[in-house]
Design a protein around this ligand. Sequence first.
Ligand SMILES: [Zn+2]
Length: 682
Amino acid sequence: MQRPSRRLIAAFVFVSLPLGTVLLHAQARSALPTSTSTAGIDPVLFNKSVDPCTDFYQFACGGWLAANPIPADRPRWGRFDELSEKNDVVLRRVLEAAATGRDPASKKIGDYFATCMDEQAIERLGAKPLEPDLKNIAALTTMNRLPELLAELHKIGVGAFFSFGSEPDMKNASMVIAAADQGGMGLPDRDYYFRDDPRSIEIRKQYVDHVTKMLTLAGVPEATASKDAEAVMRLETALAKAALDRVARRDPERIYHRLTPAELQKLTPNFEWARYFKGIGGPTITLINITEPDFFKAFNQVIASTPIDELRAYLRWHLVHANAFMLSTAFVDENFRFYSATLQGVEEQRPRWKRCVSYVDADLGEALGQAFVKETFGPQAKADMLKMVADVENALERDINTLDWMTDTTKQQALAKLHATANKIGYPDKWRDYSALTIERGDPIGNSHRANTFEFHRQLDKIAKPVDKSEWSMTPPTVNAYYNPLENNINFPAGILQPPFYSAGRDAALNYGAAGAVIGHELTHGFDDQGRQFDASGNLRDWWTAEDAAAYKERSSCIADEYSKFTAIDDVKLSGRLTLGENTADNGGLRLALMAFLASDAAKTATTIDGFTPEQRVFLGWASVWCENRRPEYERMQAQTNPHSPGRYRVNGVVSNMPEFQKAFSCKPDSPMVSRNACRVW
Ligand SMILES: [Zn+2]
C-alpha cells in the first residue's frame, strides 16, 4: 500500500494520511441514488428557508444535510462519498467477476481480491505472516546491521524512521533523483506529540495503549509490551521534535536539500548509507534530496543513543502497524479502534468488501482502473472536459492580462507558464505493466509485501532518468483531481467526471460551476503561494519581479487571515497558512469557471431554470459538490492536518469574496455573504 511521494502534489480533496491504510478510503454505506436532473439542480439539496445571502452553504445544502446523517462507519458523509460509493459498487462487480479466474487478463486483481475476502483463511493465519520479519528484527543485536534491516523493511512498506523513493529534481525538473523524507511517526502529525490541551494528552495516552496492544498481539509479553510502547513514544517524540510542521513543509525551499551520498554520509555518520543503498537494490545514486537535514540529524542521534532493545521495539511496532490491515480480526479491530474510532469518531468498521476494494485500488490501481473506465468513461465526457479546460484556460489568460497589480514582465512569465500547462483526462495513455508482480491466491501478506516491493523498485528505477509526465499519481476510479507543480500539469481521473461534478447533456451552468471549477481550482494551483514558485518547466525558480511578488503576498495574506478566523470546531480555528494554497485555488477556480461559462456558447442561450438564473446555477453547481456532514473528532483532526478547508468554508469563504455572487443573488452590502474586506488573488 505504498504510494509514490506526493509531497508537492496539490489535490482537490484530501484522500490519504500517513496512517497506514485504515483512513485511505471512505467507509461503507449502501448506495444512495445520486440525484441528477438533466436541466436544473435537484431541489432536495436546498433549504429554501435560509436566505442565500445569509448562509449560502445552508441554502444550497441544508436539505441534503438534514436528510443525510453520517453512517456509523464513516467519519464524514458528503457528496464526494456518495460518488465514491457508486464507484466502489462498480469496482466490486469487476473484482467479483475477476475472482472467478476465468479471464487471464484480470487474474491478478481477482486473486488479490479473493485472497483479501477470505477472512477465515486470514483468521487461521493469525500473526504467523509476521514471523519471518519479526525474526529479522529480533536478530538485530548490534546497530551495525540496521541499514540492511531498514532496507528490507522499507521494501515491504514498513515506514520506520524515514521514507525513501524518487522524485523530479525541483531545480532540474526534467530529471528524477533519489529522495528521503521525514517519517516513522505513528500519530497523524508531528504536532500531535507536543500539543498540551486535554484532548491531545488523552490521544497520546491512547496511542501508547494502542502500541502496547498491537505489540501484545504480535506475541510480545504484556509487561514488556507496555514498556516497549513507552520507548516507542520517546523515540517518535525525538523524531517529531526535529520534523518540520505542515506549514513549513509547504515551502519548497525548506524541503529541498540536494546532497551527494558523501555529503549525506557526513550528515548522518552513524548510519551507513552505502549499505542501505545496497540493501534496497536500486541503481547507483549520485544525488539525493534530503528533505529535512535536521530531521536526519535527529535520526542519526536517535539510532546512536537508543538502547538496541528499544530500537527493536520501535521496528516491531512499525512492522505490525504497516501490516495490521491484512492480518486477523484482532489486529484489524485494534487498528480501527485507535485510528478510526479514537481519532475520528467512527463507530463501526466498514464492510470487508469495501476495504478489499480499496486495497486492490492502492496496490493494483491501474489494472483495476482499466475495467472501471470501460464502464464509466466515454468519449463525450472527454470531449466536454477538453472544451471546459480550454475555456477555463482562456479565462485565466484574460484574468492575467487585466490584472492591475502585476507588471507586464511578470505577466509574460505567467502567461508562458499557463500556455505550458498540460492536462490529462480520465486515465493513462499507457497502462502500468504489472507483469513483474506476483500475486498468489491464499497469501494475503505476501501479496501486500510483493506489491510494496514492486512499487518501491518502480520508484527506484526512475532515478537518474528523465521524468515521465504521462504517469498518474491517482488511480482512474479516484474521486479527486490534482496539479503537479514539478510537471506543470492538471489531472482529472475518470472517477470524478460524473455527477454531481459533470453529466453529459446537463445544464451547462451546473457543469461549469462544478467540473469547471475543479479545472479552475487545479489550474490556479499553478499560481498559488506554492505553485507560483515553480516555472513553466516545473523548476523551482523565481520568475517574479520583487514588486509583483510583494503585491502577490499582500493579496494572499488577505486570504490567509480571512480563513484563520473560521472556526473548525470548539476553539479550533482553521490554519490560514496551512490551507492557503487550497483556498487560493478555490477562490480563483470558481471565478475562472464563472468567467469561462459566461464566455461560452452555452451562456448565450441559457435561460432561467427552476427560478435560478444561469449565474446563480454556476454558484449552486459549486456548492452542490460540498454538502457534507462531519463528526467532531474528524473535524478536529482535519483542521490540524488537512490543507483543505471544510466544505462549508469552501463554499461560503469563496462566495463572500466574490462581487459576482453578490450581484447574482442581489445581496445587500451588509449581508453575511458579502465580505467587507473581500480578498482576491486571481
Ligand atoms: Zn487543491
